[in-house]
Write a protein that binds this ligand. Structure first.
Ligand code: ADP
Length: 194
């Protein structure tokens, strides 16, 4: 099985590159951001709870996102592998994910960490906000908060995966195909039997 964590700050290009990796390696794409937005549009209780955090650029509570991922893993027990996009975002989430995957004998293969400068992130997110209409991409203060939350709560995961020898830094500046090629090289080196 190939289980990849696609990692990086908001605006790093995780969603875009996840699409490419999903097709190339026939994996199941699990984006907690997409799952939460679909709960919001379905006006579920979970969605209503999550929205109040997302609108401020804060993290949704760990138990909520861990529960969502658990259900999806169970629903796709036949998968060739998964791409986790936007998850884990805290050490608690990473530990829960390791427990769930290790219990099934299918550990994380690698964490691909897209590295992009702060100014570029803000530019990309404001640009996306104009076309997507995503509320959290339209307000510069919310964007800044999301990046700060990333630095404080999510970036420590780099050390978490480094300690397992699973962290791979990828230059996330450049064109979409250039970045896709860098990711592909790294994934191929993970799957290479040589
Ligand atoms: P981005 O990476 O551009 O911020 P996402 O779609 O991944 O976009 O996430 C949007 C929002 O959804 C986050 O700001 C956060 O509020 C919430 N969210 C997504 N994934 C998680 C997670 N794993 N843990 C907590 N909150 C999450």
């Amino acid at each position: 099985m190939l289980n990849l964590v696609l990692f990086g700050p908001p605006g790093a290009g995780k969603g875009t590159q996840a699409e490419f990796l999903t097709v190339s390696y026939q994996l199941i794409h699990l984006s907690t951001g997409d799952l939460l937005r679909s709960e919001i549009s379905g006006q579920t209780r979970l969605g209503l709870e999550a929205k109040s955090f997302m609108d401020k650029g804060e993290l949704v509570p760990d138990a909520v996102v861990i529960g969502m991922i658990k259900l999806k893993l169970e629903a796709h027990s036949e998968a060739r592998g998964f791409i986790f996009d936007g998850f884990p975002r805290t050490v608690e989430q990473a530990q829960a994910l390791d427990e769930m995957l290790n219990a099934g004998g299918m550990p994380i293969s690698g964490m691909l960490s897209l590295e992009v400068e702060r100014q570029e992130l803000i530019k990309r997110l404001l640009g996306r906000g104009m076309v997507s209409g995503r509320a959290d991409d339209q307000d510069q203060a919310v964007i800044e908060n999301r990046i700060n939350v990333y630095v404080e709560k999510t970036a420590p995961l780099i050390k978490y995966y480094e300690a397992q020898g699973k962290h791979f830094g990828i230059n996330g500046m450049g064109t979409i195909p250039e970045i896709a090629e860098r990711l592909k090289k790294t994934v191929d080196s993970l799957t290479c039997q040589c």
